[in-house]
Write a protein that binds this ligand. Structure first.
Ligand SMILES: Cc1cc2nc3c(=O)[nH]c(=O)nc-3n(C[C@H](O)[C@H](O)[C@H](O)COP(=O)(O)O)c2cc1C
Length: 181
């Protein structure tokens, strides 16, 4: 039986959208087609569609010195209309650690706080080794992980495909464990 994951993303200059397509393809490859990822751009898909999925990936870039990307900002109140209880959610973020080192990936942190406070269970934490920034609101309590996959297409473009592949293997395992729990 095919497992379905809903991937909802917002993207102003398309990098988060391109990453969504790569994540979809990587999950298909690493699950030998057993897991299917359905992509949705939140600019033209009502967020309440999230309710159709138990397993979710949310993609969010940070903009304007630690702010939400504009499409996420527009639907931010709608997040409360989704029933997050019982859902398993993996996050990925886009940011620029050199240009905005004091606000690296902040929006991923805001989204994590929002969905976990509404009952979602988040998976997919990612080590912060190899990143160079000053501050981030997207760090776990131990200070050693981001809440999800941190991508930086401005500075680490050459590392992104490998990061995506490794993270996708990780979250496929974590989604499977969560569905057995
Ligand atoms: C005006 C501007 C402000 C930005 N602010 C931040 C920021 O505060 N923190 C961060 O990590 N990245 C920041 N970025 C980098 C973006 O997150 C990055 O370019 C990302 O790939 C954009 O994703 P998108 O193309 O999906 O919209 C900023 C980029 C621009 C152009």
């Amino acid at each position: 039986m095919t497992t379905k994951i809903g991937l909802f993303y917002g993207s102003t200059t398309c990098y988060t959208e391109i990453a969504a397509e790569k994540i979809r393809d990587a999950i298909k490859a690493c699950s030998a087609g057993a897991v299917q990822v359905d992509l949705f751009n939140i600019a033209n898909q009502p967020l309440v569609s999230v309710n159709a999925y138990q397993c979710l990936i949310l993609g969010i870039p940070t903009w304007d010195y630690g702010e939400l990307e504009e499409n996420w900002e527009n639907i931010w109140p709608d997040i409360a209309d989704v029933n997050w209880q019982g859902k398993t959610v993996a996050l990925y973020g886009l940011g620029d650690q050199v240009g905005y080192p004091d606000w690296f990936q902040d929006a991923m942190g805001y989204l994590w706080t929002r969905v976990t406070s509404l009952g979602a269970r988040c998976i997919g934490q990612w080590p912060n080794v190899g990143y160079h920034y000053t501050n981030s609101q997207a760090l776990t309590e131990d200070g050693k992980h981001f809440f999800g996959l941190a991508l930086d297409e401005d500075n680490d473009f050459d590392l992104s495909d490998d990061r995506i592949t490794r993270w996708c293997h990780q979250i496929v395992d974590e989604f499977c464990s969560a569905s057995r729990a």
